[in-house]
Design a protein around this ligand. Sequence first.
Ligand SMILES: [Zn+2]
Length: 274
Amino acid sequence: MNPSPSAGHSAPAPSAARTGAAPAAPAAPALDRAALRRARLELAAALRWAAKLGLNEGVCNHFSLEVAPDRYLINPQGLHWSEVTAGDMLLINGRGEVIEGRHPLEPTAFFIHSWIHRTSPRAKAVLHTHMPHATALTLIDVGRLQWCNQNTLRFWGRVGYDDHYNGLALDDAEGQRIASQLRDHDVLFMASHGVTVVGPSIAWAFDDLYYLERACMHQLLAVQMAAGQPLRQVPEALCAKVGAQIASERQQSDLFMAAIQRMLDREQPGWSAQ
Ligand SMILES: [Zn+2]
C-alpha cells in the first residue's frame, strides 16, 4: 500500500489485537545467509527492473519475500525502486519489526502483505503494484482479462477479482479482507486500485507480474483497435491446455531473473551492493 503513515498504526499483530496482550516472540529462525544474500539480490533486481519498465509509482508499493518462518524481506520506506540495492532490503518479522536493515519500514506497508503471507503459505513472494495497464483494467466495472491472447492464457484458472474497493488498507481488517479475496489464486485484481501477484519465488512472481502487465497492455490495444468489434476468444479447453504448457516451462522465469541481473550489472553498476 502507499498511504502516508498514520499515527498509531503498527504492523499487524492480530493475536495481540484480540487478546490485548503482547504476543510471545517466536524463537528466531535459523537463516541460511547465502540464500538470504541471493534473495536480497532477486528482490532488488525485481524492483529495479519494475522501475525501468514504469511499473512503479513514487516511492510507494512493496515487494516482499518470506525467507524463513516469520522472517520476510521487503523494500524500505522512502527509496525509489530504481535506486534500491540488495543491501537496502529490510529483514523484518511478521509484526513488521525490522530485524536487519539500515532504513525504516513504511508503517502501513505490511497490512496487505503480512495477511497474504499468513493466509497463503504458498505465497512466498508477494508483489503489489499500481502498474498502469493492469490497474486500468481494475477501473472498469467488472473489468476482466479476456482469454484472447497467448500471454493471458498463462493466467488461466489463476486470477481472482476483488470488486469491492474499500479505501486505503490502513488496518488489519482491510488487509485480512484483501487476503481473503486472493484465495487460491496467484493474481488478484483489486478494484479501483491495482494488482497483487504471488508466487513461490521472486523470480516466478516477477515473471507473472511482467506478463500480466503485457497481457493487459495487449488487451487494451486490441479493444481500441477493435473499435467495438468483439475480441477473438480462445476456447476454454485450449486455454487450459496452453496454461498447462506454460506452467511446465517455468524455468523461463528463473532464466528471465538471471538475465535481468546480468543486464543490471551492465546498465546499473552498484545495484547488487549488499
Ligand atoms: Zn496499493
